[in-house]
Write a protein that binds this ligand. Structure first.
Ligand code: UD1
Length: 344
């Protein structure tokens, strides 16, 4: 049985990936500093899979404690690195915190992996590296643009750090997965997205408005050059995304990678506007959502969706869930979570 270290494994995408890994027979170790996640997520993972991953509260930015972690857990075969801060606005206000947190943790991890046999890394990257692409759908060959935020820049720099390190070190192999917009929750509604405070992202804001925590959703602009004027994104179900990580890990562990460093887009290949998202949510939740069109949000990209040809043909992965499924799961999770909180 392979041992996979999942950094940030109590977070949104990390926890869903832990579930899929366990269900595929992997032994999962989670290292997370719990700065933006809750320890109770482990209960959810255990309830779904029957297995409680080995968890340690770990600060990856602390070089010596990371070394001790690897010393205590010598059999790690591969690492999936999610642990990072991801709030765009916060990164603009506090860039050094973002550069330190997201880059020092990666450097520490790579230094430790270079010394060990755990030579396979799957990295959590983002379509943010493309900025506003000139050509849609966007392929992995599209130029990487100057980042709109320090957060986005940490993803771009991280990819460069990984590529350079893999090139220099004989035994390291890595895959960067460029996510488009992950949404939804596990079908059991036992784990899901848990934004702290007011959500930045569209879908948690929609579900919190629907349940009555927020008065109304603000649609950030309807004067873009798109069919209905609102921004377009490629929203994919988090379970599909989680499964892509399992596929990527197997690819590395079974020597199926074609290069030592590879990059794949992970999306559905379909662009959906904010107004279409609202209509689809209203349909699956059988309710009207209160919303209002406001000014554009600074830094927003007008439209982006993925060319998934490479992920489909080379990685052998394809998003399987529909947008309706994804939104229904997000809504089920929101209702379940509020009920759980009430009962506590
Ligand atoms: C954002 C980040 C991206 C990051 C991702 C992490 C920016 C520019 N991009 O993506 O780098 O990887 O989060 O999850 O911040 N919207 C509304 N009202 C809302 C919230 C969102 O209309 O209350 C709209 C936005 O304008 C956008 C779409 O919904 O068109 C999706 O927004 P969001 O979920 O924040 O994701 P991104 O901005 O695509």
């Amino acid at each position: 049985m392979h041992n996979i270290l999942v950094t940030g494994g109590t977070g949104y995408i990390g926890s869903h990936t832990a579930v899929e890994l366990i269900e595929e027979g992997f032994n999962v170790l989670i290292a997370d500093n719990l700065s933006n996640s809750d320890i109770t997520v482990l209960d959810g993972i255990e309830e779904i899979t029957g297995v409680r991953p080995l968890f340690e509260k770990t600060d990856l930015c602390d070089r010596s404690s990371l070394k001790e972690y690897f010393n205590r857990n010598p059999g790690i075969d591969a690492v999936i690195h999610f642990a990072a801060a991801k709030a765009v606005g916060e990164s603009v206000e506090n860039p050094l915190m973002y550069y330190r947190n997201n880059l020092v943790s990666l450097i520490n991890l790579l230094e430790e992996m270079e010394l060990r046999s755990s030579g396979s890394l799957v990295f959590s990257s983002s379509c943010t590296v493309y900025g506003q692409p000139g050509k849609l759908p966007v392929t992995e060959e599209a130029p990487v643009k100057k980042a709109e935020s320090p957060y986005g820049n940490t993803k771009k720099i991280s990819e460069d750090i990984i590529a350079d390190t893999v090139k220099a070190a004989g035994h390291l192999r890595a895959i960067s997965l460029r996510y488009f917009n992950p949404i939804g929750a596990h079908h059991t509604a036992l784990i899901g997205e848990l934004p702290r405070g007011v959500p930045d992202n569209l879908v948690p804001f929609i579900t919190q408005t629907a349940i009555g925590i927020r008065d109304e959703l603000k649609v950030f602009g309807d004067d873009y050059n798109t069919p209905d004027g609102s921004c377009i994104r490629d929203y994919l179900h988090v379970t599909d995304l989680a499964r892509a990580h399992v596929t990527a890990i197997k690819r590395l562990l079974h020597d199926k990678n074609s290069k030592d460093y590879e990059v794949f887009n992970l999306g559905t290949g379909t662009g959906v506007s904010v107004l279409e998202m609202i209509r689809t949510f209203e349909k699956v939740a059988s309710m009207k959502l209160r919303y209002r069109v406001t000014d554009r949000r600074p830094g927003d990209i007008e439209q982006v969706w993925a060319d998934t040809t490479l992920a489909n043909s080379e990685l052998g992965w394809k998003a399987g869930h529909s947008l309706e499924d994804a939104l229904a799961s997000a809504w089920k999770w929101e209702k379940n979570y509020r009920q759980l909180k009430k009962n506590k």
